[in-house]
Design a protein around this ligand. Sequence first.
Ligand code: 5AD
Ligand code: SF4
Ligand code: FES
Length: 345
Amino acid sequence: MSSPAFLPQLTEQEVRALAQLPLEDLTPRAHAVSLEYHGTSVFLRGLIEATNHCAQNCLYCGIRRNNAKVRRYRLSREEILAIVERGFAFGFRTFVIQGGEDPCYTTEFLASLCEEIKNRTAGKAAITLSFGTKSLAAYRSLARAGADRYLMRFETADPVLHEKLRNGNSLASRLKALDCIRESGLQVGSGFMVGLPGETEETLIQNIMLAGKINMDMGGVGPFIPHPDTPLRCAVQKPIELAIRATALLRLMLPHCHIPATTAAGSLDPLGREKMLAAGANVLMPNITTVEHKKDYQLYPGKICIDESGFQCVSCQAMRIASVGLSISWDRGDALRLKERSHVW
Ligand code: 5AD
Ligand code: SF4
Ligand code: FES
């Protein structure tokens, strides 16, 4: 479908006003914008959690370096390729390959993996990588090797909270890395968590403003869920409604953005993903990682779908998508700005 023209972004004043609306007024507005720009299609992306080794120690994360209780795993190149081939035969046209900042997954390893994925899928599958902060040269070499997109949430726009929760890593360095991703030519995915301890109502406004400034092509919002084996174990669980509100505001700020209904939302509330789809989300990411590893990739407790294969999830998700009046799309679902450009050229 052709999408409407890009509109100027919301001002901070407008975001503040929208943030005050009751959810029942806010979410239909966001859903209407999503329908206008993306139609009723919900894109499916096959998620592969490739390694749970991580050199970082983010305070909120269940696979942080210092969590000795995690059973660590690292999929081999052939294991990842086998999942991709199965997923491609099933119909997936985007693979999101994600992991911690694992030093053994070098840029060369990831680049060569991308090349081989392109070979084995006749160039038809889009590749999204998510392995944390890297140099501009590294992002460039991944783009050259065939990666299409890169996901890296900014996590929170509050610089003080950011540095504290990301164990000394600054918001500025995260934003610099996001700039490098953009400069390398990769489509830019980012996003943030909602309900972190220390967050205020103002944080939500600033998260939305920063998302607008980054002008992300893809953006994920996830409710923070305290993990018992992290320093944030005693944090209070905030209600799902906060994350739904953030999703709706994000949709209104960035009509063209691809916004997933996140697994964290589905883990916190059995209808969390449906609520996000009804509030402007237009992507779902079935987790097609081998079942034996899914339970070892728990950034937060209570993660859903760990006993099902992602291929079983597809029929479950199709019902969930239909329950909110939407339908599955197996298209690659590239950034709309690229589609716009291809109309011009
Ligand atoms: N609760 C919810 N989301 C989390 N993430 C990490 N830890 C948690 C948690 N405890 C999110 C971060 C990260 C993404 C991969 O998962 O936003 O970027
Ligand atoms: Fe590592 Fe990402 Fe977890 Fe931080 S959030 S510890 S970078 S996997
Ligand atoms: Fe995985 Fe329902 S989406 S079992």
